[in-house]
Design a protein around this ligand. Structure first.
Ligand code: IPE
Ligand code: IPE
Ligand code: MG
Ligand code: MG
Length: 322
């Protein structure tokens, strides 16, 4: 973890109180055991993915949306992180990605079959964990996020190499692919944390933040640097994924509508996108969503400590590199 990320995490943990650290620790312990008992290959690939780190942002949001401690929070936190990881392992197949969290993806290391099976295992474990809560509403919320995610991923594939993708369509993809799970995480926190009446408001905070998160991820794909993001620069360009920086840059420089075939070309196109000012514009629009997320918290009766910690997470999304 970088120094900035560590400082951000430290600030959130301090604001979230001792129970936040404890919930995260217990989540980590449960995650470490998830890959056991399903054979050596799955233990290797799923265990490696879990151990490779990651920000654990979705469980953190879930815990911060709770105001009372409840045993079911940990099960729900483990479930959203597992669902997230399942989608990343499958996403790396769809995007033919080689690097994730600074190490080889399951797809690169074990091939398509291993990645499909590893993602499937993580999906199934996510719902098994959530079943421990015996809440139909929770299972429905996670299932809705999972279905939206699948739709978003396929929509993105359908848009590959398409020069006509509009900003509106791109934003819809962000909502489906990323914001749906952020929203579900916040909803589950409200549901199990003694605040079911706040599920809509907190869900809407998560949804807005999730859109911003994906938009900024797409900016980072162009800006890098890879040493900080743990992913190569221009990966989206190389696999044909049309994101907001490219859409906005093409409006300013139509000659950018060329297919990118190799890493060198991708780096050059990243520089040309940056030169149009599209990155600042995309970032500005993402900040608008962060502002909307924060406004969704206005008037929500959270403890000052919880509200402060959620604001810090929102700021961390803006400042992040990885
Ligand atoms: C990566 O999510 C996928 C996107 C939605 C952009 P994260 O950046 O939260 O991934 P990890 O878990 O920290 O690696
Ligand atoms: C996010 O999309 C992946 C999911 C929401 C499953 P990306 O393809 O942009 O994520 P990275 O860049 O691979 O982490
Ligand atoms: Mg990807
Ligand atoms: Mg990306």
């Amino acid at each position: 973890m970088s120094n900035t990320a560590q400082a951000q995490l430290g600030a959130v943990l301090a604001a979230g109180g001792p129970e936040l650290g404890e919930l995260l620790e217990r989540t980590e312990e449960r995650l470490a055991r998830v890959a056991e008992g399903h054979g050596e290959r799955l233990a290797h690939h799923a265990g490696g993915t879990l151990a490779a780190g990651g920000k654990r942002l979705r469980p953190m949001l879930l815990f911060l949306c709770a105001s009372e401690l409840d045993e079911r929070l940990v099960a729900a936190g483990v479930a959203v992180e597992l669902l997230h990881m399942a989608t990343l392992v499958h996403d790396d197949v769809l995007d033919a990605a080689e690097l994730r969290r600074g190490r080889a993806t399951v797809f690169a290391e074990g091939g398509r079959g291993a990645a499909a099976a590893t993602g499937d295992l993580l999906f199934s474990r996510a719902f098994a964990e959530l079943a421990a809560t015996e809440s139909e509403e929770a299972v429905r919320a996670l299932s809705a996020a999972s279905s939206a995610l699948a739709r978003g991923e396929l929509m993105q594939r359908a848009d590959a190499w398409d020069g006509e993708v509009t900003p509106e369509r791109y934003l819809e993809r962000c909502r489906l692919k990323t914001a749906s799970l952020f929203e579900a995480s916040c909803r589950l926190g409200a549901l199990f944390g003694g605040r079911p009446e706040l599920a809509d408001r907190l869900g809407s905070f998560g949804e807005r933040l999730g859109v911003a998160f994906q938009m900024l991820d797409d900016v980072l794909d162009v800006s890098g640097p890879p040493e900080r993001t743990g992913k190569p620069r221009g990966a989206d360009l190389l696999d044909g994924t049309v994101t907001l920086p490219l859409i906005l840059a093409r409006e300013r420089d139509p000659s950018l509508a060329v297919p990118v075939r190799c890493a060198e070309e991708a780096a050059a196109v990243c520089d040309r996108i940056a030169a149009t000012g599209a990155l600042e514009d995309a970032r500005e629009r993402a900040l608008g969503y962060v502002g909307e997320a924060k406004r969704a918290l206005d008037g929500v009766a959270l403890s000052d400590q919880r509200a402060r910690a959620l604001q810090l997470v929102a700021d961390g999304v803006v400042e992040r590199y990885a």
